[in-house]
Design a protein. Structure first.
Ligand code: FE
Ligand code: ZN
Ligand code: FE
Length: 202
């Protein structure tokens, strides 16, 4: 099925229009992330990764609220077109959740998906912060900067987790064929054990 871009109904005559458009786009992105993160928490196996996703979920709720307040301060609602870029990035994460994967390999894949989310956000927030500065919206620039720093820290945390634990475990994960072999060997051992127990107990 062909997906069509939903036309934005906003008129973009000025940089201010574009600024507000970007804020709404970011708001849409954050709302989608708030829906997606609980699924990432569930899908993650590693305890630290689960808690990193959970922490970022709470942070993301605050980020969405900041955008709401910022838009309200400009006399705008947070309603706007759906951020299609984030929709696509999150869809890839969702596909990763659905893969028939070794849990440690999946965790590594979840990090790869989550880092795409963070980088996409950082790009959008960076542009919005620049517009805020240009337009003299000092408070907006400051608020956006706070969020950019949080996204950067979340990204950095994931890199650290991947490098120190998750990718290392994923690398050590047995391939599917050796997993199957292990299973066969296990069942042979337990079969032999059963035979032995039968013999001994009569
Ligand atoms: Fe965010
Ligand atoms: Zn977008
Ligand atoms: Fe984020």
């Amino acid at each position: 099925m062909e997906s069509r871009a939903i036309p934005s109904l906003m008129e973009l005559d000025t940089l201010r229009d574009l600024y507000l458009h970007e804020l709404k786009d970011l708001y849409s992105a954050e709302k989608q992330i708030i829906k997606a993160l609980p699924k990432m928490v569930k899908a993650a196996s590693n305890r630290q990764l689960k808690s990193a996703f959970n922490q970022h979920l709470e942070q993301t709720k605050r980020q969405a609220k900041r955008l709401e307040d910022l838009l309200a301060g400009h006399g705008e609602s947070s309603r706007g077109p759906k951020c299609q870029g984030m929709e696509g990035v999150l869809k890839e994460g969702d596909e990763m959740i659905g893969e028939d994967a070794d849990e440690e390999v999946r965790d590594a894949g979840l990090i790869a998906a989550a880092q795409r989310v963070e980088h996409y956000e950082i790009a959008g927030y960076g542009c919005a912060r620049t517009y805020a500065e240009l337009l003299g919206d000092k408070k907006g620039a400051k608020v956006l900067d706070t969020t950019i720093k949080e996204e950067g820290a979340a990204d950095h945390k994931l890199t650290k987790l991947a490098r120190s634990v998750i990718n290392v475990k994923a690398k050590a994960a047995p391939s599917k064929s050796s997993r199957a072999k292990n299973k066969r060997e296990q069942s042979m051992v337990s079969g032999a054990l059963k035979d032995f127990v039968k013999k001994v107990t009569g």
